[in-house]
Design a protein around this ligand. Sequence first.
Ligand SMILES: [Zn+2]
Length: 253
Amino acid sequence: MQTFPEHARMQAQRYLSFALDMILPPRCVVSGNIVETQGMISPKAWAELDFIATPLCECCGFPFDFEVDGEALCTACLAYPPRFESARAALKYNDASRHIILGFKHADKTHLVKTFVPWLMRVGEEMVAEGDVIVPVPLHRWRLIGRRYNQAALIGQALAQETGVAHIPDAMTRVRATASQGHLSAKERHKNVKSAFAVHERHVVAIKGKTVILVDDVYTTGATAKECTKVLLKAGAAKVHVLALARVVHNQF
Ligand SMILES: [Zn+2]
């Protein structure tokens, strides 16, 4: 059988990519300005993205404005310790990250996931090192039909490819539809997601005794992450870590 030589295939790919760049120049995923390569972010947009860095709450990853000695917890975690082991997010939720996430969620910009993976690896390094299985926050079936893909599962899949950690995209299901959380208060969000999730019966064995990395696009009040954690622990997971692309950061004080 004659095979297409590898170097010829790569050269053809380069030509194709060059031709595509001529017709459809790569654009910044945030600003839409023309950039050099696909997936690149323009310097202006880059400056608008607010990456979360230490110092932060050891548990929920809330960023502090001041240096702290050793491991510190935020006031919210001190008052109500979450049951998840840790939660981390790559970006603060602001206009720039909202723009990216909305494009990823609703405008079929699924290629963005390649841009996200290194960001997630940077903040999630420790949890990835001890994680056994990646589980995305599920979308309700009806929303899945409307949107065609679950953005959290796309992130989970890309992360699994990068790390080699197992990914079970349908490990959890939504057992009832929940209202859109957009305009709900923290208290309403907790009520809205209560008993909304379950671990799929056929995946209980794969979760039992395992360290789970729960993946979502946005961590808002933590209501969804906390409810999913509760359900995963009840199904026998040993520990749950939460990894999100962005998180809402309100001043706690
Ligand atoms: Zn905290």
